[in-house]
Design a protein around this ligand. Structure first.
Ligand code: FAS
Ligand code: PHB
Length: 398
């Protein structure tokens, strides 16, 4: 099909993906005077409409503060000093702040994305939304390019570096030659059914519950808006889960105390997400850098997906700013190894907590007892609970 016109845009860094990774990277680079173009195959409304993460590490809050987009977060975010683990009705509180000196902030990824879009538009950021046929090329040349179709025009973005922030289903990871790319994956035999409801949460803190009927999580977005998840079959038909059935299941899995305080109401968002652990190595090929879900996926059990993406961006923005402002490539040359060192430790934590807190169809009675022993050990050992807490609040950047 003929195109209306072809045109070339030149920038320093071409960012593929306008999710939290791409948006935060463009903000951090702009603050340092590095020019970017941000491409997304969707539009802003679609991106803002995706309901995803809800809990921010202190390091993520610091990154958003440094980027200049944390004002509303500080006004509306809920600071948490702990969360609870429940096992067949027994509950134990992990006092994050007593154990690590840190806090977590409940503030939805949707809100983070809206705050970043507002700031990027205020700064005059160039976005290419609804982009088609996005194709990164010449990755090993000093002037790589990204070809795309936008509003019927064939566009070439010429740049010095490409940031692949295009998520698990993006094109960036696939641009790395198969003989260079190594991937690692574990798919879990269940999914998470999530609902949002305009009711106060069952508890002022999060509750992660392992019950013989399956995992459940009580979370929130505000003092009046709750977020709940229950473990379900990975190929479950959501039509099998009317609200009443979800509320009944939550009451059982969260335990009697929670059941007594569960405020039910009509859900206004209901979806099933599969769970997987995934890592792609390396996170750099030539002048292409992967960050966030483009490079790795964690099961949401440890609330790490968004936080791990932000950690990548803190490292990648430091590397690109050092190149473009100080003509130093040390951080660029070490980005992949530094990021992957942390990625694998966060993958470990997310995998371990998922193995501890879910019902696995193929588990033997012995393995189920090991899960209970994990819970009893964490509940009675300050050393074990501190190890869990230091992972949950966020490991050091490097
Ligand atoms: P994203 O996937 O958010 O953004 C990638 C962007 O790239 C998208 O806007 C996409 O449109 C664009 N893109 C894709 N292909 C492209 C192409 N070819 N060209 C141009 N653009 C392209 N994390 C948690 O911590 N807690 C949770 O509870 C949680 N729940 C989740 C539920 C679901 C259903 C999913 C899918 C993820 C969840 N996550 C959760 C993880 C999630 O928050 C991610 O970690 C986070 O969105 C990562 O951000 P990005 O790396 O920006 O990737
Ligand atoms: C959420 O509120 O969406 C949430 C919180 C903690 C998790 C996962 C999801 O571990």
């Amino acid at each position: 099909m003929g195109h209306r016109m072809t045109r070339t845009i030149t920038t320093q860094v071409c960012i593929i993906g306008a999710g939290p990774s791409g948006l935060l990277l463009s903000q951090m680079l702009a603050n340092a005077g590095v020019d970017t173009v941000v491409i997304d195959r969707k539009d802003q409304a679609y991106i803002e409409g995706r309901i995803r993460a809800g809990v921010l590490e202190q390091g993520t809050v610091t990154a958003l503060e440094e980027a200049g987009v944390a004002c509303r977060l500080h006004r509306e975010g809920l600071k948490h000093t702990g969360f609870e683990l429940a096992f067949d009705g027994d509950r134990h509180r992990i006092d994050l702040t007593a154990l690590t000196g840190k806090t977590m902030t409940v503030y939805g990824q949707t809100e983070v994305t809206k705050d970043l879009f507002a700031k990027r538009h205020a700064d005059g950021q160039v976005f290419l939304f609804n982009a088609q046929n996005v194709t990164p090329i010449d990755l090993t040349l000093d002037q790589p390019r990204v070809n795309l179709i936008h509003d019927g025009d064939a566009i070439t973005v010429r740049c010095r570096h490409i940031a692949g922030c295009d998520g698990f289903h993006g094109v960036s990871r696939r641009a790395i030659p198969p003989d260079v790319l190594k991937t690692f994956e574990q798919v879990y035999p269940f999914g998470w059914l999530g609902i949002m409801v305009e009711k106060p949460p069952v508890s002022h803190e999060l509750i992660y519950a392992n019950h013989q009927r399956g995992f459940a999580l009580a979370s929130m977005r505000s003092p009046t808006r709750s977020r709940y998840y229950i473990q379900c079959d990975v190929d479950e038909d959501i039509a099998n889960w009317p609200d009443d059935r979800i509320w009944a299941e939550l009451a059982i899995r969260l335990g009697q105390d929670a059941a007594a305080n569960l405020l039910t109401g009509p859900s206004f968002e209901k979806s099933i997400a599969p769970l997987r652990s995934f890592v792609a190595e390396p996170m750099r090929y030539g002048n292409l850098f992967l960050a966030g879900d483009a490079a790795h996926i964690v099961p949401p059990t440890g609330a790490k997906g968004l936080n791990l993406a932000v950690a990548d961006i803190r490292l990648l923005s430091r590397a690109l700013i050092a190149h473009h402002k100080d003509h130093s490539d040390h951080h660029i040359d070490t980005y992949s190894r530094t990021a992957l060192n942390r990625v694998w430790k966060v993958e470990r934590f997310s995998w371990q907590l998922s193995m501890m807190m879910h019902q696995f169809p193929q588990h033997s009675p012995f393995q189920r007892r090991m899960q209970r022993a994990d819970f009893d050990y964490v509940s009675t050992s300050e050393t074990a609970s501190r190890a869990l807490a230091e992972n949950y609040v966020g490991l050091p950047l490097e």
